[in-house]
Design a protein around this ligand. Structure first.
Ligand code: FE2
Length: 343
């Protein structure tokens, strides 16, 4: 726990909060709205979150103020801000960062009715946050250089010597690190370390999933690890970054079929807990999940009985491995990746 650290920072954090409150009261001139504004720290793609929350303010009278940054930045910020954090709701692109807050005791339990809107496999056993979208791990490959009959059977095979210099990963991003957390939860520390050592020897490291996809598309690498939606989005737009590439889904409960969950939770320190609970309920409700399914995001919906976009292979056919999203250990992942020189 970081209780000591938080106490030490409380004065500065309280001052920051006062300044922020002053700025808010001064800018709008709409008192009713200022009294009902939720601060949402969001690391999911901006357009997806805005699309899913469309109509929330109109329906509830609760205004939203967003702070957008990546998973690790926002989680660290909330931990540092502690009790004084202005955040009411935290939305992550991948679940390990929201689970960091759960482990610190910084999240409030979600309403049972909200949890019931989402399948059990898409939320942690703690009940302190819920999934609101999902993304599948895939291998993007260049079929001219790596035909389908030569694909690896498991993502763990990419550590073998025959893959040296032929594969790509976006090691620095929360997306890839969530996959590593999945491998760690499924196969344990020794196997994960050996896999990461192999990747460190074999893989070109790229700054993003898109860069991995372009490298495979252009034949700079034979294959790369990323999430499915970058490929489907590019194909839906114009195919410029993906038309010479194909996707391979590992299936068979392989760690390479890991499904990463985008998480939503209410901060225990929120001074508007009821409104914050309403927002998470809204995000996981059938209409919001339907808007996700119909959007150009091409991520998977996780709401009960809401089918995902037709362009995607159905979630039920991906044969993702069973992992409690609350068992993903971001801190251990960071340490292991640093140990082997991937970070
Ligand atoms: Fe993304």
């Amino acid at each position: 726990m970081l209780g000591g650290t938080r106490l030490g920072r409380s004065t500065a954090a309280a001052l920051t909060a006062l300044v922020a409150a002053g700025a808010l009261a001064g800018c709008g001139g709409d008192d009713a709205e200022a009294a009902e504004t939720l601060t949402v720290y969001s690391a999911q793609h901006e357009s997806l979150v805005r699309t899913m929350l469309e109509g929330f303010t109109e329906e509830t009278g609760i205004a939203l103020e967003f702070r957008d940054a990546n998973d690790a930045e926002l989680a660290n910020q909330i931990v540092q801000e502690g009790e004084a954090s202005p955040a009411d709701v935290f939305l992550t692109e991948n679940s390990p960062s929201i689970d960091v807050l759960d482990r610190e005791g910084l999240l409030a339990p979600l309403d049972p009715a909200t949890l019931d809107q989402v399948g059990e496999q898409f939320r942690p056993s703690s009940g302190n946050w819920t999934g609101f979208a999902a993304r599948s791990t895939v291998l993007v490959h260049n079929p001219a250089q790596l035909p389908a009959d030569q694909l690896p059977a498991s993502i763990l095979d990419l550590a073998n010597p025959e893959w040296q210099g032929r594969i790509g990963i976006a090691a620095g991003g929360a997306d890839f690190q969530a996959i590593v957390a999945g491998v760690l939860a499924l196969r344990g520390e020794e196997a994960t370390r050996a896999w990461l050592e192999g990747l460190q020897r074999n893989a070109n490291v790229y700054p993003s999933n898109s860069a991995v996809m372009v490298a495979a598309d252009e034949g700079e690498i034979d294959a790369g690890v990323m999430y499915h939606y970058y490929f489907y989005r590019d194909r839906a737009e114009n195919g410029l970054k993906s038309d010479d590439a194909e996707l391979h889904f590992f299936r068979n409960s392989d760690p390479g079929a890991f499904l990463s969950i985008s998480g939503a939770g209410v901060l225990a320190s929120s001074d508007q807990p009821e409104q914050a609970q309403r927002l998470v309920a809204y995000l996981t409700s059938p209409p919001a999940q339907q808007r996700l399914a119909e959007s150009t995001a091409l991520e998977y919906a996780v709401g009960n009985d809401v089918p995902s976009a037709e362009a995607l292979p159905p979630l039920a056919e991906l044969q993702a491995p069973q992992v409690d999203p609350g068992s993903l250990d971001q801190q251990r992942v960071t340490e292991l990746m640093q140990d082997v020189g991937l970070l």
